[in-house]
Write a protein that binds this ligand. Sequence first.
Ligand SMILES: [Fe+2]
Length: 451
Amino acid sequence: MNHPTDPHKMTQASTPVGTHAGYMPGFGNDFETEALPGALPQGMNSPQRCNYGLYGEQLSGTAFTANPPERTWCYRIRPSVKHSHRYEKIDLPYWKSAPCVDPDVISLGQYRWDAVPHSDQGLTWLTGMRTMTTAGDVNTQVGMASHIYLVTESMVDAYFFSADSELLVVPQEGRLRFATELGIIDLEPKEIAIIPRGLVYRVEVLEGPARGFVCENYGQKFEMPGRGPIGANCMANPRDFKAPVAAFEDREVPSTLTVKWCGQFHTTKIDQSPLDVVAWHGNYAPYKYDLRTYCPVGAILFDHPDPSIFTVLTAPSGQPGTANIDFVLFRERWMVAEDTFRPPWYHKNIMSELMGNIYGQYDAKPQGFVPGGMSLHNMMLPHGPDREAFEKASNANLGPDKLDNTMSFMFETRFPQHLTPFAANEAPLQDDYIDCWTSLEKKFDGTPGKK
Ligand SMILES: [Fe+2]
């Protein structure tokens, strides 16, 4: 073995390795990044003059007194006041916000939809958003909405931000690029992205058509769930969340900025791209996460934990332990429990559960819950395995069994979810879904020991 001549000399890493080019690892870190050398002030936030003639500006996602405050300092070509002018209201009739309670729509029920098909119409991130359900109230910043997006066209010289919400994006088909003020996120199926409230961005189609799901969170930001006795490892690990490095454009062309604000849409004309942040530091940033890095934890001897064991992210409400939203992932995993009914059991739940299928087959419903499709089991409505799933699971020889090629998720909220007219009348609702439990038999005849 070769010994270094200086026994105190350490071998030092030269560049970050092991992470993805263009991204920085960690959940909620205080990141710093600059697209031009020396653009980021060191040791202070607001120097008398910023390098390159940049303007310093703070973007706050929490009140200043929050603990910890979530904010990002941006060093940009123009301050944001140059990217906001007089506003006109515009109509995006398929993007709804809570409260959206239609007297002609019945939300009380168990519902399931096939994948919403693409149309011949060219649709952008804004015109292609189709709200399925809303919950809570956007004006008091509680609750959520669920959407399907159908996107075939890139936004060109057009930008957007939502003052109402952060968006959790779950692609199912196609690839999208989110060109944001704080950098670029490329997104494909099996990944998710979080776009914070107030962040300006443009969505481009890298590979279309693109379809997926969006959870619009009106409330407090998503965070990692408390892990309790599970401890520091498994489930989602902080290092697998990736924030983009700084990226900017110096582009002077007539452009539009659309703003979602209190459930309404407004547009303003500007003379340049607002994606002009050359450097930034802070903990309020977009990020993505690869769902394939989620390490499931489950029963390894008998019985069946609650599905909260699969929580990737949670958005708290004012009531501890009762989330505004839980984002829950049902992915490939081994089933090994002995003498156990392994699929989800029958249940009623105060939370309302909206599920989506990214790919494959879900274990409680062998048929009918298709990739791109959704289901809704609303507050206190019973649901569970269909007859085929029940009989199969009740009679299976229980060896180790891998649930493979399957990825579904749940947006679960403490608030009841109301169907939009689109979900009730235009989306491909399966009228016979409720019948999936009809053929379940009475097995009881008073005989003890009967199984
Ligand atoms: Fe459920």
